[in-house]
Design a protein around this ligand. Structure first.
Ligand SMILES: [Zn+2]
Length: 226
């Protein structure tokens, strides 16, 4: 699904029964894929992307990982190996993947991804051809999770930080409820017009986004996270 005429395409997981994430494709002079999902589901996703956008795997100039969990980043290693597509994540997340984050791969029963992080994401502007994304370090679900904001279109890609009427789990290795609540507060202050989370439906419309943040703040309070 394309969000308006923004060149931002959202792909929801295939109904295979696997826990997989939403994938975002930024189409423009540079073609960028965010969270390519589980390794073994890539062929299905590739077909959907090609059908909707005409983009082929070899056309991508960057893979951005909001975080390193296998249901989000697994297929990154395929894109790097087959097409040399560079991979981007925060240094904090790279360190996490080299440490406690590895246990989650064993838990999922999948191999560790062998990717080279050639572009380290930092807070600030990430220039992508005719698009500029603002990168925010938003720890909580994992220590090095990031959110991506496209201010021109008011679209916020949140990974597993915040969802429609819910928020990311903090019970996995590296999770931190206080940091999660703080990061969600920061993202709420951006006053985005759309949220594209890592799982579940998108939230579209400024009022809907505001209401969603209000709802999530209440949930966080009820859980004692803030
Ligand atoms: Zn996750």
């Amino acid at each position: 699904m394309e969000l308006g005429k923004s060149g931002i395409h959202v792909f929801y997981p295939q109904p295979t029964g696997d826990v997989c994430c939403n994938t975002v494709v930024f189409d423009g002079r540079e073609k960028v894929i965010v969270d390519p999902g589980l390794y073994h589901l890539w062929p299905y996703l590739e077909k959907s992307i090609q059908e909707e956008t005409g983009i082929q795997a070899k056309d991508f100039s960057l893979v951005i990982h909001t975080h390193s969990h296998p249901d989000h980043m697994g297929a990154g290693s395929y894109l790097e190996r087959e097409y040399g597509v560079p991979q981007a994540m925060s240094q904090e997340e790279r360190d996490y993947l080299d440490g406690p984050g590895q246990g989650i791969y064993a838990w999922f029963g999948v191999d560790l991804p062998s990717v080279t992080v050639s572009r380290v994401l930092k807070e600030g502007t990430l220039e992508l051809g005719d698009r500029a994304l603002e990168v925010y370090l938003t720890p909580g679900h994992t220590p090095g999770s990031v959110c991506l904001h496209d201010p021109q279109h008011g679209t916020l890609v949140t990974g597993d930080l915040v969802f429609s009427r819910s928020f990311g789990r903090v019970d996995l290795a590296g999770g931190d409820p206080r940091l999660l609540a703080e990061s969600i507060r920061r993202m709420g202050a951006l006053d985005a017009q759309a949220i594209v989370p890592g799982h579940g439906p998108s939230v579209v419309g400024r009022d809907q986004v505001r209401n969603n943040f209000k709802y999530v703040y209440r949930l966080l309070e009820e859980c004692g996270y803030m």
